[in-house]
Design a protein around this ligand. Structure first.
Ligand SMILES: CC(C)(COP(=O)(O)OP(=O)(O)OC[C@H]1O[C@@H](n2cnc3c(N)ncnc32)[C@H](O)[C@@H]1OP(=O)(O)O)[C@@H](O)C(=O)NCCC(=O)NCCS
Length: 174
């Protein structure tokens, strides 16, 4: 499918607790339900936390993808990024990750961190394309199936926002 996250019909916006009405929150939960086998997530609860940051990709006003992160001190921790199955491979997750990177650069963030299931090749490829490297493994991190989490990191120079080169501390791809 043609790469079209940059088409004018696709808009990216940050959703704040003040501006998030019920419909917007329900839309995010609907994307999460469609994207995850076991959604362990409520946009309503997440946005109540003052450190939560959320970006949404919409087309014709319909939410197709979202990213939720926690901004604490000089770290941005990406908790969830998800795209509706019907809208995948159009660059939406990449666009949202890049939007969160721009935010991190503006806020003098030093580390962008995330955990991903070891078996989630699609997500690992997405993160690798953006420059994330594998930092460590959390054994049996996911309680639903006991799967390991791979910890990934992108290091920024807080003064300039430049992405710092990194390298894997562990081997994750087979
Ligand atoms: C992972 C996920 C967020 C990717 O969303 P997306 O909008 O389709 O991603 P993009 O179109 O920006 O893809 C960027 C790159 O990621 C990689 N990628 C994405 N989906 C892939 C797949 N099914 N297989 C292999 N690589 C994949 C590719 O390298 C892709 O670039 P390309 O299309 O030029 O080859 C989406 O598959 C999803 O919602 N999965 C379920 C939820 C999830 O696992 N989230 C991540 C953990 S929180």
């Amino acid at each position: 499918m043609k790469r079209d996250a940059t088409r004018p019909s696709v808009s990216l916006s940050q959703l704040t607790a003040d501006a998030a009405d019920d419909a917007a929150l329900d839309e995010i939960d609907a994307v999460a339900s469609a994207a995850f086998d076991v959604p362990q997530f409520s946009a309503r609860e997440e946005l109540r936390r003052p450190w939560t940051r959320c970006w949404v990709a919409r087309e014709e006003r319909r939410a197709l993808a979202f990213l939720i992160a926690w901004h604490v001190a000089d770290e941005l921790h990406v908790l969830n990024v998800a795209t509706c199955p019907a809208a995948r491979r159009r660059g939406l997750a990449t666009a949202l990750m890049n939007r969160s990177l721009e935010y991190a650069q503006q806020q003098q963030v030093r580390l962008i961190l995330l955990e991903v299931r070891r078996s989630n090749r699609a997500a690992i490829r997405l993160y690798r394309k953006l420059g994330f490297t594998a930092m460590g493994v959390r054994p049996r991190y996911y309680s639903d199936n006991g799967e390991d989490a791979v910890e990934m990191v992108l290091t920024l120079d807080p003064a300039t926002g430049a992405v710092q080169p990194g390298r894997d501390e562990i081997r994750i791809e087979i």
